[in-house]
Design a protein around this ligand. Structure first.
Ligand code: SF4
Length: 358
């Protein structure tokens, strides 16, 4: 019989497992906390369960861990982690330190189906969805690496402790809403008081604009932040760089966003990758300011980070600043996002699934 990975289960599913073993339902909460909050890797360590229950649980269940196959740190302090999955595929996460926060950008799929023209992940094609355990493990293993347990702190010197991860962005490899069930389950585990206890306002899901899933997400009432990878102000340009636009054009996407229930004081973030000669003119900025008029939002401007084999070029910084100034003159919050970790290829849309060599 194939064993069940406890890290793939919701609290309700663990309740079902516990009941099938003839135990009281409250035991499920204890197990869930051991797995996601106390981050144990061995059922034997669940010391508030009876020895008998631990033995019983050990037969059908186990707890997985991801191994960090490689870590590279950029000159700006950004670290890119490469994880090797059980089936030989690999995924990447990026840890971005900032003044008052430590943000982890996690992957949601191996590859991506959506094929955005400016994105390295899109160019590698789609392999498969990630499970809850693979999504959550990116957070737990990076956290483990930056803040080792007390016992190892006492024995090692200079191990680079930098504090706790404060923010999560689902913006790495993959389209989160194309892996809907596992993403919702994982976010519930992230925000659960018995799970990772991450405040919902510190979690941001970024999507290319899958309208039916955005409408479904609105009904989940998770109170997380929503970011939209927009990148163009008209359908003709967006069609060129984001094939998803042919199915869900800008005007329909914006209509759906107008109905998205935002918690008080929250805004939708629009990501706009600025590409030289394609979407970087003042005309583009003007159109953008017009189409976003009735949406509570802020705009992140991301100068495209050109890569080998890319058809597009990095914009002139002067144009990016003029673009920003125009939006500000129209009373938008528009921020130029420096591509953190550019030198290790960890900037937006530049994570790539690859098998490890050797
Ligand atoms: S930008 Fe996002 S949605 Fe588009 S191909 Fe890349 S990973 Fe997929």
């Amino acid at each position: 019989m194939q064993k069940i990975n406890l890290k793939n289960l919701s609290l309700q599913e663990i309740e079902g497992l516990v009941e099938s073993l003839g135990e009281k339902p409250y035991r499920a909460r204890q197990i869930y906390e051991w797995v996601f909050q106390k981050d144990v890797s061995d059922i034997g360590e669940m010391t508030n369960l009876s020895l008998n229950l631990r033995e019983q649980l050990n037969k059908p269940a186990y707890i997985s861990r991801l191994s960090i196959a490689n870590k590279r740190t950029s000159s700006d302090g950004t670290s890119k982690y490469l994880f090797l999955l059980e089936d030989g595929n690999s995924i990447e996460s990026v840890l971005i330190p900032d003044e008052d926060r430590l943000t982890l950008c996690i992957s949601t799929q191996v590859g991506c189906k959506l094929g955005c023209a400016f994105c390295l992940t899109g160019k590698s094609g789609f392999v498969r969805n990630l499970s809850q355990s693979e999504i959550i493990e990116q957070i737990l293993s990076v956290q483990r690496e930056i803040r080792p347990p007390l016992s190892s702190l006492l024995t090692k010197e200079g191990n680079g402790v930098v504090g706790d991860i404060t923010n999560i962005v689902l913006m790495g490899m993959g389209e989160p809403l194309d892996n809907y069930e596992n993403i919702i389950k994982s976010i519930k585990t992230m925000i659960s008081p018995n799970g990772l206890k991450i405040p919902a306002r510190r979690i941001t899901l970024s999507t290319s604009g899958l309208i039916p899933e955005i409408k479904k997400l609105a009904k989940e009432n998770l109170k997380i932040n929503l970011a939209i990878s927009l990148n163009a102000s008209d359908n003709e340009t967006r069609d060129k760089i984001m094939p998803v636009n042919k199915k869900y054009p800008i005007e329909e996407l914006l209509e759906a966003l107008k109905e998205y229930p935002l918690p008080p004081n929250r805004r939708i973030t629009f990501e706009y990758v600025i590409i030289k000669g394609l979407n970087d003119s003042i005309e583009d900025a003007k159109r953008l300011s017009n189409i976003l008029k009735n949406i509570k939002c802020k705009i992140n401007l991301i100068p495209f980070n050109s890569f080998e084999g890319s058809d597009y070029e990095t914009p002139d910084y002067k144009n990016v600043e003029e673009f920003q100034n125009f939006l500000i003159s129209r009373h938008y919050t528009a921020i130029i996002r420096k591509s953190k970790g550019a030198d290790i290829c960890a900037a937006c849309g530049q994570l790539r699934s690859k098998r490890l060599e050797g």
